[in-house]
Design a binder for this molecule. Structure first.
Ligand SMILES: C[S@@+](CC[C@H](N)C(=O)[O-])C[C@H]1O[C@@H](n2cnc3c(N)ncnc32)[C@H](O)[C@@H]1O
Length: 255
């Protein structure tokens, strides 16, 4: 096995032992493991090599062409835990993972709160296919929708929680993102327009209609975008506040 570790390390994998442990768990034969290591060394993200990603305590299926869940977005799940803690133990809430990709956020919510009605939506066909397979495993519903515009009308005014990990990278910064991920994820999963906030503008404009009277939407941006993102929320007539976590800021809005 040390040959495989050495091969990973030589190609620049800092956590070679940890990566090999995941590859060994997924692939039973040496030939399969060798092929997986070669894919990894050629630049494929580890999650695509092993076909799954860990996110906020759950393991979801991933697919080429679909945004690979990043640990940073677990901030939204952690904040949702805090916000809903007083009521969530006994109450059945209705939640939406907006722009769901694999549906990792929806899966994390469903595992934490099996009694909740959890929905996920995306516009991309590959993401929808992947999210549906995770939805069948974890028990959440998946809808095709251009942001909030095409959700089932039965959800109007019903959403107690919207977690929106939107594309928020300014177009000019997209080429600076890690090359391995850029090679396998469409730009539409990360590119938020000139200042990174175009998707947020659209979602902020529409969300009051979908939130329940006590509903909350959480989205995340970088520290340098926080003031503008808050202004977008307030400009849309929402009550908005920012919660800082290192260089990531979550924006919480209510109608
Ligand atoms: C940053 S990714 C987040 C994915 C997932 N929530 C996660 O955290 O792993 C943004 C997602 O928004 C989706 N998206 C982009 N434009 C959209 C639109 N107009 N309507 C719905 N979803 C969209 C992308 O396909 C992508 O899956």
């Amino acid at each position: 096995m040390s040959g495989l570790v050495d091969r990973l390390r030589a190609s620049g994998c800092v956590f070679a032992e940890k990566e090999l442990a995941l590859i060994r768990r997924r692939f039973p034969t040496y030939a399969q493991r060798w092929a997986a290591v070669e894919r990894r060394c050629a630049g494929a993200p580890l999650e695509l090599v092993v076909g799954e990603a860990e996110f906020a305590g759950v393991c979801v299926t991933v697919a080429r062409g679909v945004f690979i869940p990043r640990p940073r977005a677990a901030l939204l799940v952690a904040l949702a835990d805090q916000i809903t803690a007083p009521t969530s133990a006994s109450t059945s809430m209705v939640a939406l993972d907006l722009g769901c990709g694999t549906g990792a956020i929806a899966a994390a919510l469903k595992v934490r709160h099996p009694q909740w009605q959890v929905h996920a939506c995306d516009i991309d066909p590959d993401a929808l296919r992947c999210a549906r397979s995770n939805g069948a495993r974890f028990g959440f519903a998946v809808h095709r929708s251009d942001w909030l515009e095409e959700l089932p009308t039965s959800l109007t005014g019903q959403l107690d929680l919207i977690l929106a990990h939107l594309p928020y990278v300014p177009t000019g910064n997209v080429p600076l993102l890690p090359r391995d991920y850029r090679a396998v994820e469409p730009a539409s999963t990360v590119d938020g327009g000139p200042d990174g906030l175009d998707p947020w503008r659209q979602v902020a404009r529409d969300c009051a209609r979908w939130l329940s009277p006590t509903g909350v939407l959480l989205t995340q941006v970088t520290g340098s975008q926080a003031a503008a993102a808050l202004a977008v929320g307030e400009g849309a007539g929402l009550a908005a506040r920012a919660v800082e976590y290192d260089d990531t800021v979550a924006i919480a809005v209510t109608a």
